[in-house]
Design a protein around this ligand. Structure first.
Ligand code: CA
Length: 230
């Protein structure tokens, strides 16, 4: 459940805000004093703060400045009048949105929802581990999901073809002998001969080369083996 801190000193507005937000399923805390609100925010770590500008104790600008330095919480400011200076200042010091009093509760709820969605996506994005990827022009290789793509198109590769491509791609611009490839891709106990390598190279070329008869990515080094140019 999302926790919302309402910092507002007008009792009527406190009540309307908390009633409507609770009805939407949010867990709500209300504080009317600016400096106490700051302590409360540190303690409860809210998911969103609705913050009035004119407050006893400490004003909304100062609270925003201090909160911003400590946490990445969305702040929706409530300004008393349509005062452009307040709005600009509020956004400059780090408020995410503002509403001018009197405001429509429906609009406020929509903005609360939008801010919560935005912060959730930000967090999900940050939590996602960067996907490892090897990239050579339009050829991309994703080791973790064992997939290779040409542009946006997935290349259908048999398991050993993928292993071979991955090994080549991890050792670019290096001449790799057939025996070396056999040992590292197929394993030392593989009983087939080095022709296996040639056959797989040919299959790979058919899948990743623009013209398999004139390969640009997997180069044959006469008498030595193969070199991946990517
Ligand atoms: Ca006020």
């Amino acid at each position: 459940m999302n926790r919302i801190l309402i910092v507002e000193d007008e009792p009527a507005l406190q009540e309307t805000l908390s009633y409507n937000l609770q009805r939407e399923g949010y867990q709500v805390s209300v504080e009317g004093d600016g400096s106490r609100a700051l302590e409360l925010a540190r303690e409860m770590q809210p998911d969103l703060v609705i913050l009035d500008v004119m407050l006893p104790g400490m004003d909304g600008f100062e609270i925003t400045r201090l909160l911003r330095a400590e946490m990445r919480v969305p702040i929706i400011m409530l300004t008393a009048r349509d005062d452009e200076i307040d709005r600009v200042l509020g956004l400059e010091i780090g408020a995410d949105d503002y509403m001018t009093k009197p405001f429509s509760m429906r609009e406020l709820l929509a903005r609360v929802k939008a801010q919560l969605r935005r912060i959730r996506m930000e967090r999900e994005e940050a939590a996602k581990p960067a996907e490892a990827k090897l990239k050579f022009g339009d050829l991309s290789i994703y080791p973790e999901r064992r997939e290779a793509r040409l542009g946006e198109k997935s290349i259908p590769l048999k398991p050993k073809e993928f292993d071979l491509l991955l090994y080549l791609a991890q050792n670019p611009r290096r001449v790799l002998s057939r025996d070396h490839l056999l040992e590292h891709v197929w394993g030392w106990n593989f009983s087939g001969g080095s022709r296996t390598v040639d056959v797989h190279i040919r299959w790979l070329r058919e899948k990743i080369e623009a013209d398999p008869s004139r390969p640009q990515r997997i180069i044959t080094v006469r008498g030595a083996g193969y070199r991946f140019e990517g």
